[in-house]
Design a protein around this ligand. Structure first.
Ligand SMILES: Cc1cc2nc3c(=O)[nH]c(=O)nc-3n(C[C@H](O)[C@H](O)[C@H](O)COP(=O)(O)OP(=O)(O)OC[C@H]3O[C@@H](n4cnc5c(N)ncnc54)[C@H](O)[C@@H]3O)c2cc1C
Length: 386
């Protein structure tokens, strides 16, 4: 009996560590990722201003698992009906139970020039590229414009880092930063009080927010927009254009993000957890693509896979076991906005020092939960200094 987890992000790492505890000893467990490190992606925007944080947010996979075999290989294709994975080397891997935890990629929606001229942000290398270009602009003595397209978790936090970097370099006066969002608010899938507080923090840092404004095209030096309500068009100068405007499924799944429901099952023996899938939970709610949801969905996924493996090893007698439904309950949300932060805990929204300390403790809490106490300490230091 072989259980295979594809992808070692939040979903894959949390799921595999749980399965190490719960799977019967006769089951083999393998985790596959194209990288040999786990990236704490929800902190990657920090690299724009604090490159030294990279050490704290990259964790070697070899240090994370006691029982699972770690395979470093790029998945080219997955057939969830045939339980088969094809690697880019042409080799294949079969599984009895599998979990797709391959995350998501940036969506470009076929908007002309956006893929060619928009800098994406998913990896440390992307943050370094944004930093490099921003430092060129901040180091000059002429006015410059930065446009961030998409005001979800990443766009808000990138805009915040860029404003703080401009401030640190004494260049705030000649750098315009504009954050574009096609829906009618920043942080669109989050609670209203949180959205308002985030907008206040951004505005306080001199970031211009344009909502109901969709990017329609990008060139090397400009971004064209259209207002969603009035249809009015505009063209913004963009010496740097960062595109965080949406996500698509991973290439290995042909860009698809399949829907999974309460049991997180895509087929009888393949599960999908994290950003890879559009998850609709036990209350019928669409779950936001987030580290928070990926970590939380991993628990019921591990329970369900373990139950099915046990049932199978026992000879598949009687009915299939009942599976645990995933219900997304999150205590709150936290984003950083440069050297500030906004936290929603229950109905309360806080910003300033308390939110900043909470933000540091969430990242550190996650690293501690995967036994990376040293990195957790480094992260708290970097975060509180930010
Ligand atoms: C700048 C930024 C800030 C963010 N801030 C927050 C935040 O404050 N709070 C929050 O909850 N979320 C935040 N997010 C979102 C969060 O990071 C993602 O939702 C989360 O990473 C999803 O976890 P996952 O496990 O599904 O995927 P990922 O963490 O993306 O992991 C996917 C894994 O699959 C691997 N993989 C992909 N394709 C292949 C392949 N073909 N072959 C082999 N391996 C492959 C990747 O290497 C990766 O390790 C932020 C994201 C960004 C970019």
């Amino acid at each position: 009996m072989h259980v295979v987890v594809l992808g070692a992000g939040y979903a894959g790492v949390t799921l595999t560590r749980k399965l190490e505890e719960t799977l019967p000893p006769e089951a083999d467990l393998t985790i596959v990722d194209e990288s040999d490190t786990h990236l704490v992606q929800h902190e990657v925007h920090r690299v724009i201003r604090r490159p030294s944080i990279t050490d704290a947010i990259e964790v070697p996979l070899a240090s994370l698992f006691d029982r699972a075999a770690v395979v470093t290989a790029r998945v080219e294709n997955v057939d969830p009906d045939a339980n088969e994975v094809v690697f880019d080397s042409g080799e294949t891997l079969s599984y009895d139970y599998g979990a797709l935890c391959l995350g998501a990629e940036t969506a470009f929606y076929d908007l002309p020039g956006v893929e060619a001229h928009g800098q994406t942000l998913k990896a440390v290398g992307d943050a370094e590229a944004i930093r490099g270009r921003a430092l060129d602009l901040l180091g000059g003595d002429t006015p410059a414009s930065i446009v961030v397209g998409g005001a979800g978790l990443s766009g808000v936090q990138v805009a915040g880092e860029l404003a703080a970097l401009a401030d640190e370099k004494g260049a705030s006066d000649r750098i315009d930063i504009t954050l574009l969002e096609q829906l009618d608010t920043v942080a669109p899938v989050f609670p209203e009080a949180f959205q308002d507080a985030v907008a206040d923090e951004l505005t306080e840092r001199g970031i211009e927010i344009q909502v109901e404004t969709a990017v329609t095209e990008a060139t090397e030096s400009a971004v064209a927009t259209q207002h969603q309500a009035t249809g009015e068009t505009d063209t913004l100068d963009a010496d740097l254009f960062v595109w965080t405007g949406g996500i698509a499924g991973p290439e290995s799944m042909a860009g698809d993000r399949p829907v999974v429901r309460r049991d997180l099952r895509l087929t009888n023996s393949t599960f999908a957890v994290g950003d890879t899938a559009r998850i609709v939970d036990a209350d019928g709610e669409a779950v936001p693509a987030s580290a928070s949801a990926a970590i939380r969905a991993a628990d019921p996924a591990a329970e369900n896979i373990t139950r099915l493996v046990e049932w199978e090893l026992a000879g598949r007698g009687g009915f299939e076991p009942e599976l645990t439904p995933f219900r997304f309950n999150v205590p709150g949300w936290i984003v950083s906005v440069g050297d500030g932060a906004v936290a929603q805990v229950g109905p309360e929204v806080v910003s300033g020092g308390a939110a900043k300390a909470l933000k540091a403790s969430v990242g550190a809490g996650y690293l501690s939960s995967i036994r990376e106490v040293q990195k957790a300490t480094e992260l708290v230091g970097e975060e509180l200094e930010a």
